[in-house]
Design a protein around this ligand. Structure first.
Ligand code: NAD
Length: 353
């Protein structure tokens, strides 16, 4: 096993993307599916969200073997009333299911101004900001509520043990001639994948992030993966918990997706997502909306300090990693190589140590 504190390997974006696509092709994905999964995972790393990048690959490949991730699944439409679309993913590859559900909703919202899309029962859909980026690229505002049905990872505010998932929320806001605003975060203090990365690197987590199995605060990242396991805490105390509950009930219950209700003994990672897409163009407010965003952005930045708009940290990280390569910690890299070999993919990209 590689030393957790050893330097990361660095891999060029294109080489890493080709490697991930080759691994999924070897596992049985058709080329489009392998390509969409690879694009999504590598883009998450480029954005700096290593928790939702190629480090997820070993779990995905394990779930293919366990029958929890069904390769080459087609998205099916259970309801389409014009403004309301419900899609069933039947545990298909989340990066494809999410992409295709968004494409349906985007086409509709551009036509009619507003569309609600419910995506139910998908295998892990990855970084939710990706779907907000898909919407803003089409000039739409988007809101996303997502639940996670998996082994519970997060304690409710005031609770002592894990009961819910990290239930993310995202919002995309397009801008004319400027990069979009992309709000995208887990409602837990950290995403599970971020704790996994810290654990792989042998690093502690900040205070207020984790409880141990006895419900006591801990800085030890391994507490989340121990047996019995600890729990993440919601961000912002009761406020994060309230948003997590909203993500569970809107992201899944409202659209008929599965909700977290009892411990899961298996390794499944199931997401459902409620998306609301709005066309400022159709609303007739597009020019004023853009002016107001510009005025507001200037106003908040003028107050002193270094104010960032959501989406800016990811853009800065993307520029840096496109230039220098994508760092992957050695433990994660060893796990990826092992997963690749388990499906017979032995060619490896050149990595700088
Ligand atoms: P995070 O804590 O890094 O927050 C990211 C968000 O905060 C982004 O919108 C970013 O632009 C913004 N941001 C960061 N610094 C900022 C600053 N200084 N000023 C203004 N805005 C700033 O994100 P996270 O909670 O660790 O989530 C990581 C990823 O995990 C997300 O992409 C999320 O979608 C994903 N996720 C997915 C699932 C799933 O089940 N599919 C579950 C949980 C999280």
């Amino acid at each position: 096993m590689a030393k957790p504190d050893a330097a990361p390997v660095r891999i060029a974006e294109a080489a890493l993307r080709d490697y991930v696509a080759a691994i999924f092709a070897a596992a049985g994905s058709e080329p489009r599916e392998a390509g969409l999964i690879a694009d999504h995972l590598v883009a998450a790393n480029l954005a700096g969200h290593d928790s939702h990048g190629v480090g997820m690959l070993p779990a995905y490949i394990r779930n293919v073997g366990l029958g929890e991730l069904k390769l080459n699944q087609r998205l099916s439409t259970a309801l389409d009333t014009g403004g309301l679309i419900l899609c069933d993913a039947a545990r298909g590859a989340g990066q494809v299911m999410g992409h295709d559900a968004m494409a349906l909703g985007i086409a509709r919202a551009r036509e009619t101004g507003l569309c609600l899309v419910g995506l139910r029962d998908s295998h892990h859909i990855g970084r939710i900001g990706t779907y907000a980026e898909q919407a803003v690229a089409a000039g739409l505002v988007s809101l996303h509520f997502v639940n996670v049905v998996s082994e519970p990872a997060v304690a409710p505010f005031g609770g002592r043990s894990a009961r819910v998932g990290t239930n993310p929320i995202a919002i995309g806001i397009p801008r004319d001639g400027e990069p979009p605003i992309v709000v995208d975060f887990a409602t837990s203090r950290w995403a599970v994948g971020k704790v996994r990365v810290a654990n792989n690197k042998g690093e502690p987590v900040p205070p207020g992030t984790l409880l141990d199995a006895e419900g006591q605060p801990t800085l030890d990242a391994s507490a989340l993966f121990a047996s019995p396991k600890g729990a993440l805490l919601p961000f912002g105390e009761h406020k994060g918990w309230c948003l997590s509950l909203a993500a569970e009930l809107l992201g899944a219950a409202l659209i008929g997706g599965p909700v977290q209700s009892h411990p899961k003994a298996d390794e499944r990672i199931v997401n459902s997502m409620l998306t609301i897409l709005i066309s400022p163009e159709r609303l007739g407010t597009a020019p004023a909306f853009q002016d107001s965003i510009g005025d507001f952005a200037a106003w908040v930045r003028d107050g002193g300090g270094e104010v960032l708009l959501p989406g800016e940290p990811e853009r800065a990280r993307r520029a840096e990693r496109q230039r220098d390569g994508i760092p992957v910690d050695p433990v994660t890299w060893a796990q990826i190589v092992e997963a690749a070999e388990s499906v017979g993919c032995t060619a490896r990209p050149e990595a700088r140590g």
